[in-house]
Design a protein around this ligand. Structure first.
Ligand code: ADP
Ligand code: NI
Length: 215
C-alpha cells in the first residue's frame, strides 16, 4: 500500500479510537479492530480493494445512529473527516456508500453492490456471531437493563439477550455475501447453536407451582 494511503489509514484509526467510547453496547474500539482484521482477511481471499475495505471498516461505526443525534449527523461527520484527508472523490463516495448502507436494518436494506461493501458487511456480521457475538449480546443486554432470558414465547419477549439470537443472530450465517465469510460463519454459527442448546438444557423447566396449604 502506498505511503499516502497508509497514512490515511493511520489517521482513520486515530479518529475511530478517539470517537468510539468504551461503552458496553458493542461499539467500542475493539469491535472496530476485529472488523478491520476480518475485513482484511476476507478482502484478500475475495480480491477486494484492501484500502477501501480497511478504511470503511475503521469508520463504519463512527456514523452509528446510537452515537450521533441522527444517522445523517453521523454520516456528515464521516464525510467531513474524509474530505479533509482523502483527495480522491471516488474513494470518498465509495466508502460513504458502504457506511450508509451496510447496517442490518432487520434485513430490509438492499444488498451492497460492490465487493468491498460486501466484504465489510460480512466482517461486521461475523463479529456479531460466534463466541464474541455471544459475549457482545449479553454485554449489550446488560447495558440496556434487559434480562438475559425470559422463558416462554420468544415473540412476546423480544428484549432479552436470548431472544436476540432468534431475532437476528441465527439468521446472519445465511446472509453472508462472500464465500470465504460463509466458511467463517459456519463455525461461528455452530458454536452459537451448541451454546443455546446447553443454555436451554441448564435452564430449569418452568412449571406452575401448586402449594398445598397444610396448616
Ligand atoms: P453493529 O454496530 O455491529 O452493526 P448493532 O449496533 O446492531 O451492531 O449491535 C451491537 C451489538 O449488540 C451486536 O453484537 C448486536 O448483536 C448486539 N445487540 C443489538 N441489539 C441487541 C438486543 N436487542 N439484545 C442483545 N444484543 C443486541
Ligand atoms: Ni459494527
Amino acid at each position: 500500500m502506498p505511503r499516502r494511503k497508509e497514512h490515511i489509514i493511520e489517521l482513520a484509526e486515530q479518529f475511530a479510537r478517539e470517537f468510539l467510547t468504551s461503552d458496553p453496547s458493542g461499539h467500542d474500539w475493539w469491535h472496530v479492530h476485529r472488523v478491520r482484521s476480518l475485513a482484511l482477511e476476507i478482502a484478500e481471499r475475495e480480491h477486494a480493494d484492501a484500502y477501501i475495505c480497511e478504511l470503511a471498516a475503521l469508520l463504519h461505526d463512527v456514523a452509528d445512529v446510537k452515537l450521533n443525534a441522527s444517522k445523517q449527523e453521523g454520516l456528515d461527520r464521516v464525510r467531513i473527516w474524509l474530505e479533509d484527508v482523502e483527495e480522491d472523490p471516488a474513494v470518498i463516495s465509495h466508502v460513504m456508500d458502504i457506511i450508509a448502507n451496510m447496517s442490518y436494518n432487520e434485513g430490509r436494506n438492499a444488498p451492497l453492490t460492490t465487493i468491498e461493501g460486501q466484504v465489510v458487511q460480512d466482517a461486521d456480521r461475523l463479529d456479531a456471531i460466534g463466541a464474541v457475538g455471544i459475549a457482545r449480546t449479553f454485554a449489550y443486554a446488560g447495558s440496556r437493563g434487559h434480562l438475559m432470558h425470559e422463558p416462554g414465547d420468544q415473540r412476546t419477549n423480544t428484549k432479552t439477550a436470548i431472544a436476540h439470537f432468534y431475532e437476528k443472530l441465527l439468521k446472519l450465517q445465511g446472509l453472508m455475501n462472500t464465500d470465504y465469510a460463509r466458511t467463517l460463519a459456519a463455525a461461528r454459527h455452530q458454536f452459537m447453536e451448541t451454546f443455546l442448546q446447553q443454555f436451554h438444557a441448564e435452564w430449569p423447566e418452568v412449571k406452575e407451582v401448586y402449594r398445598t396449604d397444610d396448616s
